[in-house]
Design a protein around this ligand. Sequence first.
Ligand SMILES: O=C(O)CCC(=O)C(=O)O
Length: 270
Amino acid sequence: MATTEHLLTSVEMARFVASGFHRMDAVVPPDLNERALAEFEGPLPRVAYGTPVAKAFPEGSFARALLEVPAVAGALRSLVGPDPEVDHHFVHVREPHEGSAQPLHADAIIDTRADAFDVQLMYYPHEVTGDMGGTLSVPGSHLRRTNESDTGRYQNLRGQSRLTCPAGTVVLLHHGIWHGGRRNDSGTRRYMYKIRFNPTVPQVRTWDAADLDDPAVAAELSRQFPWYETATGRLEVYNRVRLWRALTGNAAFDIDHWATRVANRPGRSA
Ligand SMILES: O=C(O)CCC(=O)C(=O)O
C-alpha cells in the first residue's frame, strides 16, 4: 500500500492521542463512493476475527480499494502500524425517520491496555447533513475507560460532536472513544462502514517522527476539552503521557510532572 508520503506527523499523532480521532474529509474519490453504496445494499463478505487485511480484503475488493486510498493507508499505518488484522467490519445504517438514537457507548468491554490500542475506521460514502443521524462522538473521551454503554445515560456532553461531512469522509478513531449513531430525521438512509483493526506489531514510532521535538507536540497533549472540569482533565493528560511514552519509547516523557510524581516510590523496586 502507498503510505510513505502520507504518514502522520508527530503533531498529528499527539492530536490523535489527545482527541481520540483523526478526520479526513472527502478523501475517497466519487467512483469509489458510488461503488460503496452498491456494495452496502448486499451482505458484506464474512471476515473471521483476527484475519490479516490482505486475506480479509483480497485485491480488487471494495474494502481493499478503500484502504489503498493514499491518505487512508498512511494514516492507518501511522496509528496501528504495518500489517494489522481485521477484528470485524460492519455497515451501520440509520434509517430515515427512524425515531430513536443510539445511547453513547464505547465499543467493547473495559480495555486497560496503556501501551496499545485498536483503530476503528468509519467511512461515509455520501454527504451527511445535520438531520441525517451523523455519528456523535465525544473528543477526548477515549482514555476514560468505560464498559460498553455505561455512558448511555449521559446526554449532550459539552464539546460533543455530531458528524456532518462531505461524501468520501473517513474518520479513524481510538477504540475507546464514546460515540453513538444519532437519530436520522431525514428521508435518506445514512450509511457508515466501520472496520476495527488490531495491531500486530508494537505501536512505536510508526508515523513520520521527524518533528518529535516540536513544542506543538506537548501543546497538543496538554489540550483540554469542554466536558472536562479543570481538575478532571488532569487525569486525561496523565493518561496521554502514558500512551505517548509507549508510542515514542521514551519512558521519561512527561507534562507538568504528572506521570513522574505518581511513579515516585523511593526505595521500592516493584
Ligand atoms: O451508526 C453510527 O453512526 C454509529 C454506530 C456505531 O458505531 C456502533 O454501533 O458502535
